[in-house]
Every structure is written in structure tokens, then in C-alpha cells.
Design a protein around this ligand. Structure first.
Ligand code: DAT
Ligand code: MG
Length: 150
């Protein structure tokens, strides 16, 4: 099953939006696999955002993600990566589709509430970076057959 890392970033946690993010993903039909509330270390932040190293916003990004706790989760489902990115909305809140989280709750790219993996391959890598294999729960939901076609 396709999996994505999802983070409710420090602004989302401080603004009391953890429940809103979880609610939207649950409502969409995605299945929760793992969750932990934690303070992100400098080392984890730098590894997670290694691809952005050297960009003008990099230092601010690391400061932001390490500034307060985050809610880190793994969600799965058919087309989970694309579905979750759509539920989050475009990186820049002013370009995010109406009804998406970033549209409905954010204004600035540097305070855009959430992170979600951008490809299936990165989903796998990010899940492995943030969670130990034994922290991932493999389970069946009674409603799965009404949400997942196969
Ligand atoms: P996304 O989080 O939608 O995957 P990304 O991977 O391109 O976006 O960038 C990671 C984060 O870095 C993004 O959520 C917010 C920040 N960011 C990206 N581009 C930025 C910019 N031009 N100015 C400030 N922050 C930026
Ligand atoms: Mg990204």
C-alpha cells in the first residue's frame, strides 16, 4: 500500500490544527499507520530537508521546523501520495486550491502548516527516516472494503 509521511508543522500544532489535519485525512479515506508527537532535532531537520540545502529559504525552514513540536504521521491508501498532496494544497498557500488545508488555513509559504511526501519513492524514504519499522502498524479497517476498490 502506498505510504506518505505527513507532518503537522509547528505552526499547525501551535494553532490547534492537529485535529483538523487528521480529520481531513480520515474523512478522505486514508488509513493511519503511525503517529508521534515530537520535537525535531537539528540533525533530523537537516536530513529531512537536505534537498533544499543552499536555497535562500533553507535556514529559515530549518529554524521553523525545529522551533516547536510537530505531529509526525504515516498515512496510507491507494494513490496516497497524490491524494494527500491534494488535501494539503500547493506549497504556496495563495496558489492552493480552495478547500485544501493550505488554502483554508494559511497565507505564507514559510508557514504552510503541513508536510507531505512528494513522490512514492520519497514517501518510502521519509517514512524510514522518521519511524522505526516496529512503529508502523499494519492493520485492517472494517470500512476498507467501502473505500479501497481492491
Ligand atoms: P512542499 O512542502 O509543498 O513539499 P517544497 O518541498 O518545495 O514544498 O519546500 C519545502 C518547504 O520549504 C515548503 O513547505 C515551505 C518552504 N519553502 C519552499 N519554497 C519556499 C520559498 N520560496 N520561500 C520560503 N519558503 C519556502
Ligand atoms: Mg517537499
Amino acid at each position: 500500500m502506498e505510504q506518505s509521511l505527513v507532518l503537522v508543522k509547528p505552526d499547525g500544532v501551535q494553532r490547534g490544527l492537529i485535529g483538523e489535519v487528521i480529520s481531513r485525512l480520515e474523512r478522505r479515506g486514508l488509513r493511519l499507520v503511525a503517529a508521534k508527537f515530537s520535537q525535531v532535532s537539528q540533525e533530523l531537520a537537516e536530513t529531512h530537508y537536505a534537498i533544499h540545502q543552499g536555497k535562500p529559504f533553507y535556514e529559515g525552514l530549518i529554524k521553523y521546523i525545529t522551533s516547536a513540536p510537530v505531529m509526525a504521521m504515516v498515512w496510507e491508501g491507494p494513490n496516497a501520495v497524490a491524494a494527500i498532496r491534494q488535501t494539503m494544497g500547493a506549497t504556496r498557500p495563495t496558489e492552493a486550491a480552495p478547500g485544501s488545508l493550505r488554502h483554508d488555513f494559511a497565507l505564507e509559504v514559510g508557514r504552510n502548516l503541513t508536510h507531505a511526501s512528494d513522490t512514492v519513492e520519497n514517501g518510502g524514504k521519509e517514512v524510514a527516516l522518521w519511524f522505526k519499522p516496529q512503529e508502523l502498524v499494519s492493520w485492517g479497517r472494517d470500512a476498507d472494503k467501502w473505500i479501497f476498490e481492491k
